[in-house]
Ligand binder design. Structure first.
Ligand code: NAD
Length: 425
């Protein structure tokens, strides 16, 4: 172990650190915006004296976020936001090379996952970076006495924000939370292009199936669903969309996809991908009607989009065919349903999550949100907030600059035109 090694951690194997370090540095090459923020943080130290708890997928990109927070002066602890998404070599490198206490092991049980949440809360954080709101929910349910120590929290994903809004409605959210997902430089890119590519990547790595010519049912046509549908079509699949929202459904129709209810799609699809953030969107009755060999997976935040409890009850004991691929034979019909990645985020279970280049913008938002919370300490009301629009625009500008792309600026004549109402035809 190096002299920088953290002394307290719970990871798979510290000897994996060298591989992890190489991969973290590889990802960094694709994260120019975060690197610029890190350089600025190293000089300004905006997070000096801040204890920070980060709950995120423990990937190479997250490692670069944690390095940035550390450069800003924060004392950080990192835990996994999903039991299956941890990259054990990354966890090892963060402990050994950057001295970050990490509590995350790929495949950890739900019990261990929850224990890690509590161990991290024992550090009495001032700021929580959350992904899915499990940490904030645990704090509110079990650690009332720590609420006043919190300056604020940030939330990475759609599902976490839905939970935060429910907490706000219930009057229990006593600190400000920044909805990072709601920044345009987050969901326009991460949810659409990141989830689009990495979900298909996860399906292919798990199964090695050809998508061309298959009927792929995308469940939910939100930001993630649009990306998944777009990329599945790009590989030659016949894409069907299911939705509950009329506007999203008509958008899918105009984008050229077939739209139908799940009660029909379930009998047609070869591959089903759920991205709704909602529970049991594929239920027992749907499994019953599926074709023999139909494949189902999920890329929404929690592992409840597929009703696997019902599927288990309807089937003989599952057979593991290859990593992340389980076969359920339905009693009665004998038809087989294949479940990928235990119904957990397939892009993180069977692949490596989003490419670094897209996480660059998401995590730029995270780093700047932490800085914003400290800067605004005591001034933001309890509740869910978004980052100011200027920050979003600044991140987009930095990304364009890093890509070597310049854009036009408004002329004074155009500024005047856009701000006046007198001029018409
Ligand atoms: N895999 C990843 O890496 C990744 C990345 C970002 C977000 N997410 C998660 O993916 C999920 C979706 O995120 P989003 O940003 O696309 O959300 P979104 O709100 O933009 O879209 C969700 C869509 O699902 C639809 N929906 C809800 N219930 C449905 C049902 N029963 N049948 C069909 N459609 C239904 C909604 O109408 C909505 O259009 C969330 O859980 C989010 O946290 C995952």
């Amino acid at each position: 172990m190096s002299t920088r090694s953290a002394t307290e951690f719970d990871i798979k194997d510290i000897n994996l650190a060298a591989d992890g370090k190489r991969r973290i540095e590889w990802a960094e090459r694709e994260m120019p915006v975060l690197r610029l923020i890190r350089e600025k943080f190293a000089t300004d130290k905006p997070l000096k004296g801040i204890r920070l708890l980060a709950c995120a997928h423990v990937t190479t990109e997250t490692a670069n976020l944690v390095r940035t927070l550390q450069a800003g002066g924060a004392e950080s602890v990192l835990i996994a936001s999903n039991p299956l998404s941890t990259q054990d070599d990354v966890a090892a490198s963060l402990v050994a090379d950057w001295g970050v206490p990490v509590y995350a092991i790929k495949g950890e049980s739900t019990e261990t996952y929850n224990r890690h949440v509590r161990t991290a809360l024992d550090t009495h954080p001032h700021i929580i970076i959350d992904d899915g709101s499990d940490v904030v929910a645990t704090l509110l349910k079990e650690r009332g006495e720590q609420k006043n120590e919190i300056i604020g929290t940030t939330e990475e994903t759609t599902t976490g924000i839905v939970r935060l809004q429910a907490m706000e409605q219930a009057g229990v959210l006593t600190f400000p939370s920044i909805a990072v997902n709601d920044a345009q430089t987050k969901h326009f890119f991460d949810n659409r292009y990141g989830t689009g590519q990495s979900t298909i990547d996860g399906v292919i790595r798990a199964t090695n199936i050809l998508l061309a010519g298959r009927s792929v049912v995308v469940v939910g046509y939100g930001w993630c669903g649009k990306g998944v549908a777009m990329r599945a079509r790009g590989l030659g699949a016949n894409v069907i969309v299911t939705e509950v929202n009329a506007i999203k459904a008509i958008e899918a129709v105009m984008d050229g996809f077939r739209v139908m209810p799940m009660s029909e799609a379930c009998a047609v699809g070869d591959l089903f991908i759920t991205v709704t953030g909602n529970r049991h969107v594929i239920d027992g009755a749907h499994f019953e009607k599926m074709k023999d060999g139909a494949i189902v997976c999920n890329s929404g935040h929690f592992d409840l989009e597929l009703n696997l409890v019902a599927l288990r009850e309807m089937s003989e004991p599952a057979l593991t065919l290859r990593p992340f691929v389980e076969e359920f034979k339905l009693r009665g019909s004998g038809r087989r349903v294949i479940v990928l990645g235990e119904g957990r985020l397939i892009n993180l279970a069977a692949a490596e999550g989003h490419p670094a280049s897209v996480m660059d913008m998401s995590f730029a938002n995270q780093a700047l949100s932490a800085e914003y919370l400290v800067k605004m300490k005591g001034e933001l009301k309890p509740g869910v907030h978004t980052l100011p629009q200027e920050v979003d625009t600044e991140i987009a500008g930095l990304k364009l600059k890093a890509l070597g792309i310049s854009i036009d600026t408004l002329t004074s004549e155009q500024i005047e035109y856009l701000s006046s109402w007198e001029m018409g035809t």
